[in-house]
Design a protein around this ligand. Structure first.
Ligand code: AMP
Length: 660
């Protein structure tokens, strides 16, 4: 029988800590603190946790004074949690472990027996990856509702863009995590408004989308975290707030048809062009996709603006029609249509954002990590407006915010908010890891400036010492809380949108294509590398450079290389294939056959730049422009995938009813 452990001595010590903060100003609307500052018994667990800011609202929405006050309290919250990150982290770990003390994973498997202190936790709990808890996840997905990982019921799975065995990883979540995500969102605009005043006077034109969702065999929803958020009442029924006042009506964001969603969001953005003060999407790739869509469809959009109607063959979704016609497109506007047409007709689209939305102050998109490849394109379309990366988050947990949002993209540093989860850091020694040295994880308060770490999280939703797979570098501190540059996702070589392809996967995909199509012609791939081409096509696409070794005498027809392209695509993970099939965010894969001796030239070049001959290995992905040029200068033939690979929503082993 499962024992419910009693409070241990460490807990007692904690509860005697003096309050870190004076009580925050009381809210006009909310009387009880949000649940993440409460114990599972719904009582405040200690006085030690800083309270989250609460909305201040009047019946007509937020007044200017109320906004200023709310911003002040939010910024004070950030000051508080960053001033004492170690105490907050102790408290978070205590809270997670005490409320989950009886779950199978902690109690039976790792015999934590109610301990909630860091020392015991670190001694008994292993650092894990997804594969370690895959069997538990499968049990939950199949309908086992016993407390395996978490004492609160798993409300849904968030489908990560990280994959395992080709399928999206399933991250367990619980209902209250939505509060924590909302808290992180609520920090963004108060931070931003310190740098760009007056944002409450206009709107944000954000291109936001939902993706298809499925159900696990046990009946739990499985969907991306943003789909879950946009469909939640936190988003749909948000009280009026000038900071979440978007040009897109909710119905256009929640439209399951990505074409109609994009079309209607652009139309609404154009109709409200002078009110727009900021534009954005989650990732840079999504924002560029919207501009590309406008390039293709501005004539149709202008026709609707001119007539004040929605073409019934384009927008068939009744909810979208009603929302756009009643909330935005009230009347024919030939003047606006003429203006948009004259701008879009110009030869160059340089500065199209500032031309069409002249009051825009910044572009809010993530351009850190692999998204940095889109910076030149964004600079071109926006005439160099600030590119603002506000937050760092994942399906596992939302992590932190950028407290200096107008900094250059290369200097973006995220401050992890210590109340979100318990964070640990695995030191990364990039050039000097012989795998033998014992690696001790360090705590949030102990990371060192300039050092790199892999992020490890313990969440409220049942992940304990889980390796997220991101490498971060300490760039500085906000009070006593570290701020991190996002360096890379471990092992990922190729990415266009949210797809993440690693070397092993790429190798397997190339092998499958060679075995299926080239072997019959006596062909094999002697050397290969790859490149995420986001420059020559929008959307970008994967390019594989192959140097062949051919023993057969029959010439290999082009259709065989095209078949190779398709087989590579079929072999890549489900996030890649969804990008190709459903999101249309990735273009057809290309194979470029290069002349004999090209990879020797590549090696010569690397050695001329200082690589050691003995240790030289062909890079499986290239990014450095001169190397891409060298490869491109020796291309003998180029072939594209003739059609989309197969993709179904949900895991392929589930025979599920897909919903939108
Ligand atoms: P997902 O689990 O699909 O939501 O993807 C989360 C991952 O996206 C993170 O672990 C990071 O690798 C990446 N990511 C999220 N936010 C950022 C950011 N601001 N900069 C760079 N990469 C990010």
């Amino acid at each position: 029988q499962t024992e419910i452990p009693q409070t241990n001595t460490h807990t007692k010590r904690l509860t005697h800590l003096p309050p870190l903060l004076p009580p925050l100003l009381s809210s006009l609307t909310q009387t009880s603190p949000p649940p993440f500052f409460q114990s599972s018994q719904n009582k405040p667990i200690t006085a030690a946790m800083p309270e989250a800011p609460k909305p201040t609202q009047t019946s007509n929405g937020l007044t200017t004074i109320a906004i200023a006050e709310k911003n002040k309290r939010t910024l004070q919250f950030i000051e508080d949690v960053t001033s004492n990150p170690d105490d907050v982290q102790t408290q978070v770990l205590h809270e997670i472990l005490s409320r989950n003390s009886a779950v199978e994973y902690l109690h039976h498997r790792h015999r934590l027996h109610g301990a909630t202190d860091r020392r015991t936790f670190k001694k008994l709990l292993p650092v894990i990856s997804y594969e370690d808890i895959h069997p538990d996840i499968t049990r939950i997905a199949n309908g086992d509702t016993s407390p395996i990982l978490c004492s609160s019921p798993i409300s849904e799975f968030l489908t990560s863009s990280g994959t395992s065995a080709g399928e999206r990883k399933l991250m367990p979540t619980i209902a209250e995590e939505m509060e924590r995500r909302s808290l992180l969102y609520s920090l963004l605009m108060p931070v931003m408004s310190q740098f760009v005043p007056g944002l409450e006077k206009g709107k944000g034109m954000y291109f936001l989308f939902i993706k298809s969702e499925s159900k696990t065999p046990g009946g739990l929803p499985a969907r991306p975290v943003l789909t879950s958020y946009y469909k939640s009442s936190h988003f749909k029924n948000r009280p009026f707030d000038p900071y979440t006042n978007y040009t897109s009506p909710n119905e256009t964001i929640l439209c399951p048809d990505s074409y109609q969603s994009m079309y209607s969001q652009l139309l609404c953005g154009l109709c409200q062009r002078t009110q727009v003060l900021r534009v954005g999407a989650v990732f840079a790739s999504g924002f560029i996709r919207a501009i590309r869509f406008l390039e293709k469809h501005w004539q149709l959009l202008c026709r609707d603006i001119r007539s004040g109607t929605l073409d019934p063959t384009v927008i068939t979704d009744p909810a979208v029609r009603e929302a756009v016609l009643t909330k935005v497109l009230h009347r024919p506007d030939p003047e606006l249509a003429d203006f948009v047409e004259s701008e879009c007709r110009k030869d160059s689209w340089q500065g199209i954002i500032t031309r069409l939305w002249p009051n825009t102050k910044y572009v809010d998109v993530i351009v850190t990590g692999t998204m940095s490849q889109y910076i030149p394109t964004l600079d071109f379309y926006s005439n160099g407006l600030p590119l603002v990366c506000t937050m760092y988050a994942s399906s596992e947990c939302y992590f932190g915010v950028n407290l200096n949002p107008l900094c250059k993209p290369s200097e973006v540093a995220y401050t992890l908010i210590p109340t979100m989860a318990y964070f640990e850091f695995l030191p990364v020694h990039r050039n000097n890891n012989n795998g033998k040295e014992r690696q001790e994880l360090v705590d949030l308060a102990d990371v060192k400036l300039g050092h790199e770490y892999e992020l490890v999280v313990t969440t409220y939703a049942g992940l304990y010492r889980y390796r997220v797979g991101d490498v971060l570098r300490v760039a500085g501190f906000k009070n006593r809380a570290p701020q991190f540059n996002f360096i890379c996702r471990k092992n990922v070589v190729l990415s266009i949108d949210s797809d993440k392809t690693d070397e092993v996967e790429l190798q397997g995909a190339v092998k499958n294509a060679v075995d299926a199509h080239l072997v019959a012609f006596g062909g094999s791939v002697a050397e290969y590398t790859s490149y995420a081409d986001t420059k020559t096509t929008i959307p970008g696409h994967y390019v594989l450079y192959w140097e062949l070794s051919v023993k057969g005498t029959t010439a290999i027809p082009p259709s065989v290389y095209e078949d190779c392209c398709l087989t590579v695509e079929e072999s890549l993970n489900s996030v890649y294939r969804q990008g190709r099939v459903s999101d249309k965010s990735i273009g057809p894969l290309e194979i470029k056959i290069v002349e004999q001796g090209t990879f020797d030239k590549l090696m010569d070049y690397a050695i001329s730049l200082g690589a050691s001959i003995n240790q030289y290995k062909t890079p499986r992905c290239v990014k450095f422009e001169p190397i891409v040029e060298l490869l491109n200068s020796r291309v003998e033939g180029s072939y594209f995938s003739p059609k989309c690979p197969k993709w179904v929503p949900g895991h392929k082993q589930w025979s599920n009813n897909v919903k939108n």
